[in-house]
Design a protein around this ligand. Structure first.
Ligand SMILES: [Cu+2]
Length: 68
């Protein structure tokens, strides 16, 4: 299991946090997700054989947020 932390900008409220969390949690290979509004980041625990940070970035951007 791998862990990655991505800087996510554009989140302004807990609704945004929930959206990002939901999108990531719905992805194959994702085990756990922790999204912080304060820190503007998402920490994702995942199976590297199934998922990758590039896919997380694309999914977050599709949801309307930016990944630094
Ligand atoms: Cu919001």
């Amino acid at each position: 299991m791998e862990t990655v932390t991505l800087k996510v900008t554009g989140m302004t409220c807990m609704g945004c946090v929930g959206s990002v969390q939901r999108v990531l949690q719905g992805m194959d290979g994702v085990k756990a997700v922790d999204v912080s509004l304060d820190k503007a980041q998402a920490t994702i625990q995942y199976d590297a054989a199934v998922a990758s940070p590039a896919q997380f970035k694309a999914a977050i951007e599709d949801a309307g947020y930016e990944v630094a």
